[in-house]
Structure formats: structure tokens, C-alpha cells
Design a protein around this ligand. Sequence first.
Ligand SMILES: Nc1ncnc2c1ncn2[C@@H]1O[C@H](COP(=O)(O)O)[C@@H](O)[C@H]1OP(=O)(O)O
Ligand SMILES: [Mg+2]
Ligand SMILES: [Mg+2]
Ligand SMILES: [Mg+2]
Length: 423
Amino acid sequence: MATIINCLRVVPKVTNTNTEPFVSLFSKRVSRLAIVASFSSSTMSYEKELAAANKAASLAARLCQKVQKELLQSDVQSKSDKSPVTVADYGVLESVIPTSVVMPKTNPSSIPYLKTIKSGKSSQALVSFVLENELPSESFSLVAEEDSGDLRKESGQETLQRITKLVNDTLLSDGSFSVSSLTTEDVLRAIDRGKSEGGSHGWHWVLDPIDGTKGFLRGDQYAIALALLDEGKVVLGVLACPNLPLVSISGDSQHSSHDEVGCLFFAKVGAGTYMQSLDGSSPKKVHVSTTENPEEASLFESFEAAHSLHDLSSSIAKKLGVKAPPVRIDSQAKYGALSRGDGAIYLRFPHKGYREKIWDHAAGCIVVTEAGGVVTDAAGNPLDFSQGRYLDLDTGIIVTNQKLMPSLLKAVRESLDEKNSSL
Ligand SMILES: Nc1ncnc2c1ncn2[C@@H]1O[C@H](COP(=O)(O)O)[C@@H](O)[C@H]1OP(=O)(O)O
Ligand SMILES: [Mg+2]
Ligand SMILES: [Mg+2]
Ligand SMILES: [Mg+2]
């Protein structure tokens, strides 16, 4: 039986409605034995997949931390040194930005390499490689933000070499991989694994290799966000948040020091949400805030006003009776912080015309829901991850606990009505 179960793990998944795994032997022709494996998402344990996802996201976090550290050190150097700065001065940053870009001496958030930064591609190559290596399967599918695009052009060769070195150095630092090193071709292939369109059938991994790029460049919050869809439903999610303090970031936090940073949140359908430090402390179960009183609730929103309508959030907060000013942080670290009760509400209302992508919410959504929270669109509908690379939703995304959701939805409806009637 153990052999059969091992076989089943690598057989592309077939769905049915039974509650127990079963094996059918079409045995009349003994020479042509076929094994049909069948699981429903409620009986799958996803244990192996979760372990692989944790490993992949943690390694990607290590890679990103290294790049961000270099980025910030370089910025300090550029401020004390008045000479023009080029990427040649940026050490490991050379692996993530084209050498043709001349870096200004100012704050990273104003640097024009925003559009060309390649750290996401390194992180994506690493996660894609680790997942495939840990979970060999013919049906591997990955929906991810980045592609290999300009790395395949002549002008991208130097950057590709540097990305390859960064990925190999990170794999080597883990010590558990048998491969000696990836070639540039392996890296391109790993990145382009992320081209899947997802959908409502089978398994699809969903990855944002660096979520919150602007926070990453500023030295603030960002996340590596990885989730697994089974038949269009999120069944596991991992959020690595390298800069998130291990203690609460809520406004009334008693902790004077936020020095210890680096959180890994992970959740599996029906099994709750856990958090551990990225250094590998033992996991602790987390739960969303249980407050019923909006006056006590603190509210999260995007740091970037370009990503979410801050005026609308403040109108909703006022109607609801929230007293504290909003806590503005980048990336899906907001979902992680909310899952452990640092805040009670997250509002996200992008500007008109912006289409939300599944990799910006899949991992965060299960991390919050398994911790007892609720994630819906502005009309109160659950998010639908089965429609391909985009989320098709009504107006915005709102997140809170079950007790506050009805009054939050009411406040959202009223504020949206007011906004629409004033147009
Ligand atoms: N104009 C935009 N409106 C809303 N979200 C955006 C916009 N541009 C990028 N994003 C994405 O929003 C997410 C971060 O938002 P926030 O930090 O405000 O919560 C990121 O996924 C970011 O992409 P990316 O993953 O490339 O950083
Ligand atoms: Mg993102
Ligand atoms: Mg991203
Ligand atoms: Mg992006």
C-alpha cells in the first residue's frame, strides 16, 4: 500500500466526490495495470506541498534580504559620497538592474530603475525551481508575476548571469539540493514556468515573488507570497515577510523594540494559520482580532496612495467609528499582520481601471481566513481565484473578523454610494 500511495503522489490529480482516496485496478488485462488515484480537496493533506512552499518562500526571502541589504547600504554610501552613482557601485544590485541605468543619489523610491528591477525574477526562478525539485510531477503549473522577457535579449545577458549566480548562491547556502548549479537556461526556464493561466481545474501554484516592490526599494515591508489552488480554491498559502517585526505592529503595542524581524505565515485549508520566525523558531497558531468594537479596531491600508483610495478608506473608517489613524504598510504583510490580530480591518480600493491579480491576494486570503477572518470584495462576495490570472471583482477588497464584517459592509456601501453620487 505504501508503494501505491507513493505512486499516487506523482500521478496528476484527478477529482471525484468520494471522501476517501481509492485505488481502482482495471485488472482483467493483468499486463496493463492502471492505477487511478482520486482525492477531493477536503481529504488531501497537502502536507508535502506545504513543506515545499515553506522552503521555497523562506529561501526566496533569504535572497531578497541579501539584495535589499545591499540596496540600502548602497544608498547610504551614495548620500555620503557626492559623486555620480552607477549600478557598478551597487554590488549585488548589479544582479537585479541593468548596468545601463545611472542611479541618482536620492531616496530609492524615486529611482527610475523601478520599472526594470530584476529582483522579482531572481526570486521567481528560485521558488519555481525549488517547487519543481521538491515535488516532481508532470502536471506542475505556476501562475506568477514575472517573465523572462528582456533576459533573453542580447542586452539582458549580463543581468541573466548575475541572477543565475544569485539563485545558485542561495541554493548552495541551503545545502539540501543535489543539483550542482543551475545554468542560465535553467533559470530562464524556471522563470517562464510562471506563465500558466491558472483556472478552475487541477492544481496551480500562484506566486508573487516580491509583493510590494515599492516597500522593498524603500527598505520597508514586502512579502514573498505563494499559494496553491486546487480546483480554483486556495488550499494553502505562505507569506514570507522579511521585515515584519515578530511582535505586534498595532498602534497600541507595548513593545518598545521592533528589532526582531522576519515572519513566515502559513495556512492550510481546515488546519488554521501558523507563524514562525524566518530563522526557524517553532510555529505558533495565530488568530485574528476578536474585537466587536470598531472604536478599538485599527485599520490597515496601502502605504502607497496610488494603490488604494485613502480618502475612501477614511470615510468608511469614520462611518464605522474607528478612532485610530490608519496603519499604512506595503504588500501582503498586511494580511499576515491582520491574521495575528495586529489590526482588525484591511481596506483596499484601487484606482479606477486597476485589475487585481490573483498572486496579490491568494496567499494572504487563506492566511487570514484560516485565522478566523473574512476576505470579500466590496459587495461582500468571496474572492474567486478560479478565473485565470486576474480577480474579477466588485470595486475593492475588504478584510476583517466575522463580527465586524456586517457593519463594515454597511459602511462600505454607504461610502461608495456617497462617492458615486458626488461624481
Ligand atoms: N496602481 C496600482 N494599484 C494597486 N496596486 C498596485 C498598483 N501597482 C502595483 N500594485 C500592486 O499592489 C501591491 C502592493 O500594494 P500595497 O503594498 O499597496 O498593498 C503589489 O502587488 C503591487 O505590485 P508588486 O507586486 O509589483 O509590488
Ligand atoms: Mg504584488
Ligand atoms: Mg510583485
Ligand atoms: Mg510588480
